[in-house]
Design a protein around this ligand. Structure first.
Ligand code: NI
Ligand code: MN
Length: 229
């Protein structure tokens, strides 16, 4: 079985696994780095890490068109329900659920989570997905470095997707420390070069990571994919 991850720019990801299409943090409209627009993507599930506009993005519009189920923390799931999203599933930090596409657990993230209209968005999260063929994918979400990444690493991570942009999230130095705690087989950097404020050199970061750890770095461009098997 193959699991294919596509980076659409910023923190927006597509994940194809076990025959399902997942979208994570679907921010297309107003995203200067977006590889496609919101009307072009398919989804069975939409996963949202936290309430900020660059992560909730086009969730409502895409859910309406595709009928996808939105999965997030309880507060965001309830807010989306109030916005007319028909299928939602709320979880919370540390809680996992066996969805048709795999077992999804919400992990800690150090960040904010206010929703675009100012509503309370609960606590921000990351996602730890165990696929149907037992691959472990950790999508950190927007976060600063935290020591419990070590515990996430203890689960045996095949692929980690980490922010490296700095200013709003970990920058390259802390993202390198995160790789040392998580010890993934593969890592993909995201949440950089969307705006000047988070401009980074991902190749330079990749060189540092591969020099100091056993992890393989995959620097992909918006619109490109990485296949894990
Ligand atoms: Ni954010
Ligand atoms: Mn963000």
């Amino acid at each position: 079985m193959k699991t294919k991850l596509t980076w659409y720019g910023h923190a927006t990801l597509g994940l194809e696994t076990a025959g399902y299409k997942l979208l994570i943090d679907p921010f297309f409209s107003g995203n200067p780095a977006a590889a496609v627009n919101a009307d072009q993507v398919e989804a069975d599930y939409i996963l949202i890490t936290h309430g900020h506009g660059d992560h909730v993005g086009d969730t409502i519009k895409i859910a309406e068109r595709t009928g996808a189920m939105a999965i997030s923390n309880f507060e965001i799931a309830a807010w989306l329900d109030g916005q007319g999203v028909k299928k939602t599933h709320g979880q919370h930090l540390g809680g996992g659920f066996n969805h048709p596409f795999g077992y999804l657990k919400l992990t800690l993230a150090l960040h904010g989570s206010a929703l675009p209209d100012g509503s309370y968005g609960g606590n921000p999260a990351g996602f730890l997905l165990t696929t149907k063929d037992d691959l472990k994918i950790y999508i950190a979400g927007d976060t600063g470095l935290f020591g419990d990444m070590q515990l996430i690493g203890d689960e045996g991570i095949d692929l980690a997707v980490l922010p490296i942009g700095d200013n709003f999230t970990m920058g390259p130095d802390d993202a390198l420390r995160a790789v040392k705690l998580i010890r993934p087989k593969h890592v993909i950097p995201i949440h950089f070069n969307t705006w000047d404020l988070i401009s980074q050199d991902p190749k330079a970061w990749a060189n540092r990571v591969e020099k100091e750890t056993q992890t393989k770095v995959h620097v992909i461009k918006p619109g490109e994919s990485f296949t894990l098997e």
